[in-house]
Write a protein that binds this ligand. Sequence first.
Ligand code: NIG
Ligand code: FE
Length: 377
Amino acid sequence: MAELVTNDPSLEGPLGIVRDAALVVEDDRVAWVGRAADAPAADRTFDLVGRCVVPGFVDSHSHLVFAGDRSAEFAARMTGEPYDGGGIAVSVEATRAASDDELRGLLTHRVAEMRSQGSTTIEIKSGYGLNVDDEARALRLARELTTETTFLGAHVVPPEARGDRSAYVDLVVGDMLTACAPHARWIDVFCEPNSPYAFTEDESRRVLRAGLDAGLEARVHGNQLGPGPGVRLAVELGAASVDHCTYLSDDDIDALAGSETVATLLPGVEFSTRSPYPDARRLLDADVKVALASDCNPGTCYSSSIPLAIALAVREMGMTPAEALQAATLGSARSLRRDDVGHLAPGARADLTVLDAPSYLHIPYRVGVPIARALDL
Ligand code: NIG
Ligand code: FE
């Protein structure tokens, strides 16, 4: 191959690039990386002459378990309607009405769509069931396709519970958590004082603490619609990641900089909601760990494309192509507390994404052109 991006810091530059490279896979792991001229013999070879290979994209934030769509809501936003989370109820109604087989079919199709664009590790959240049975069902189905499943019963207060928010939070931390925890690795909450449907700081803290007590690990939707407590709460509770980070104060940046919590940026959301893009440059300059993910969902971003997220990060958020690619691989792997993906050093999972191009620079450069795909070994 023309160029191999390993993210191995002992190799060239921050991306650990090897030119005229080869890579040997044994079982599902990388066994050897180096110059093609020095490669050991192998049983089977893939001819990738002239191509670039990068670590499979790690899409650490998606909401793939839903039925129906909200294209009319998108069209209204493009003419100036703001997003406030109210449309989530539309997806909840359609998702509850769908059969297991319908949902499984939709989910399988969306995961295949992601792989065909280069994503090899995919996190999937619940959050369109919002009752005990439908949340547990979403996670059971997601678990058939990934180990990175996230319980998001605290996505919004569903319409039937709006008269009594605290009873809904009781349900989330009680019977819903009990039913969902066996199928989930993570707990998440939409902590957003700027939406009447999402959760306050205190409610969010309660949900996350209950999840942690049940053995789940925490991640947070925070600071999406305006300034808020999400980032600081995520850091306080040692969450692996706080996602969106569209509106950040100096204190938020300081809190992130002194922590292990990753700031996951989702520029497809800013694109599809006509919002300002997060200040990635400020985060990177403060040494905050940054990830990029799609947030594929029917409301704020119905795009499963990590190459698009990379292109937006470069064009709109001041990230270099190298920073953006690293954020969508190593950064997002870190946000999932995974050290076996996101890089291609010997021992890592052999999750390879092939570009129909000679260099990783073509990911943002050839925006909108489907040059990336996961390699089926
Ligand atoms: O990540 N912010 C909350 N949740 C999703 C949107 C869900 C929806 O609108 O359906 C997000 O943007
Ligand atoms: Fe989300």
